[in-house]
Design a protein around this ligand. Structure first.
Ligand code: ACO
Length: 367
């Protein structure tokens, strides 16, 4: 449907192409995901997350992210995702960040790098908890990658296999086209806000259960099957109740989610303790979904194997959304910069369906 301006009404913006991007886009039918043309399956285990930040933002590996800087004031609401969203917003006045409209692209890129790396360090420090003393800087400085720094700041001396698991997860979740949080960061960038405001806005949008708030539910499902011991019975009972199986299906892919494929492989290679039970749930779910929905491809999505990989790295379920935040700062940064270069404000339209023109006297409550 179109109004007099020629604008087309698309509920939820589905099917609307808003930008051309050089960053990434899922290959829906082929079930692959490429960052600036490079398949994530060729990145994981080959380069580290810091290099992927560079690939997404600069289009090349290196020069790497700067060291993290201290935060203005500690924020402790009891929810690390909320804390990092507030703390990141505060970086603008604390560091004197200028608005995107008033700086050049190089300065914007430098600001994005500072904000990204400092958000990671805030999350690692928060994950360590208030009770434990901070890890000495000299021990953090022994790290050779951004993810190892992250894990050292959190754990002190981390298990190298945990570092590998988290690096694979961060790379696989770094970027995924114009999802809700990325769109949010682009809206903030389009009006020329400072980069801390853009990233903070993205963190808020990520928090919803339909976006970054879901993977912990997969872990609860796997734990339930572990207790009950029968994956097929569990899957059937969920579907018989008319509920959805967490970690299956995808709005975009009509093939297996490539991130599920690489993370399954990592979980197997690393010997994740819940690999076998997860694989049993996956087999039972795919067979049952195929039988019940023969006309639709409902395959495993990223959330399913992310949960197993993060569980292996001893990441508690309440840290899943903050971990997603760490990964996605890379994609958000790339999109903020791309939007700045585009320099066009995002302002879609609404179709008004409210009351016809009327007088205040006609409104309920008029004295
Ligand atoms: N379990 C059971 N049935 C499912 C599932 C599932 N996981 N996914 C889709 N279906 C069924 C639906 O019930 C629907 O059946 P119907 O036509 O009889 O009503 C049919 O398949 C099509 O479903 P849609 O809702 O059209 O699928 P859509 O593409 O809109 O939804 C979504 C995708 C939201 C991811 C959905 O598959 C789902 O709810 N999955 C479970 C939650 C989940 O894993 N979320 C994480 C997604 S990954 C990410 O966001 C990073």
């Amino acid at each position: 449907m179109s109004d007099f301006t020629g604008a087309v009404f698309k509920p939820g913006l589905e099917g609307v192409v808003a930008f051309e991007t050089e960053i990434a886009e899922p290959d829906k039918a082929g079930g692959s995901l490429r960052y600036r043309g490079v398949d994530i399956e060729d990145l994981i285990g080959t380069v580290s997350f810091g290099d992927v930040w560079g690939l997404l933002v600069d289009g090349k590996f290196g020069p790497g992210l700067p060291p993290a800087e201290p935060f203005p004031v500690p924020v402790h609401s009891g929810d690390i995702r909320v804390d990092v969203q507030s703390a990141v917003a505060m970086l603008a006045p604390y560091w004197g960040l200028r608005q995107l409209l008033d700086i050049d692209n190089d300065q914007a890129r430098r600001d994005l790098a500072r904000v990204s790396v400092t958000a990671l360090s805030f999350i690692a420090q928060s994950a360590r908890g208030l009770g434990l003393p901070a890890v000495p800087q000299k021990d953090i400085d022994k790290a050779s990658t951004i993810v190892e720094r992250f894990m050292r700041r959190w754990r002190g001396e981390p298990d190298p296999r945990h570092v590998k698991a988290v690096d694979a997860y961060f790379i696989s979740a770094a970027e995924h086209g114009l999802n809700a949080s990325t769109f949010t960061t682009r809206i903030a960038a389009s009006v020329g806000a400072d980069v801390a405001a853009c990233i903070s806005a993205g963190i808020g949008a990520l928090s919803g259960p339909l976006h970054g708030g879901a993977p912990s539910r997969v872990l609860h499902m796997i734990e339930a099957v572990e207790r009950g011991g029968d994956a097929e019975a569990y899957v059937k009972s969920v579907l018989d109740r008319g509920e959805r199986l967490m970690g299956f299906g995808h709005r975009v892919y009509r093939a297996e989610d490539p991130r599920a494929r690489v993370l399954r492989q990592i979980a197997r290679e690393l010997g994740a303790p819940r690999y076998e039970v997860a694989a049993a749930v996956e087999r039972a779910a795919l067979a049952e979904l195929r039988a019940r929905k023969p006309d639709r491809v409902i395959a495993t999505n990223v959330e399913f194997w992310s949960a197993v990989v993060l569980d292996f790295a001893e990441v508690p379920a309440q840290m899943f959304t903050p971990m997603f935040t760490c990964a996605r700062v890379a994609g958000w940064s790339a999109h903020v910069l791309e939007q700045k270069k585009l320099g066009r404000i995002l302002r879609p339209s609404l179709r008004y369906v409210g009351p016809n023109p009327r007088k205040p006297q006609d409104v309920e409550g008029w004295a």
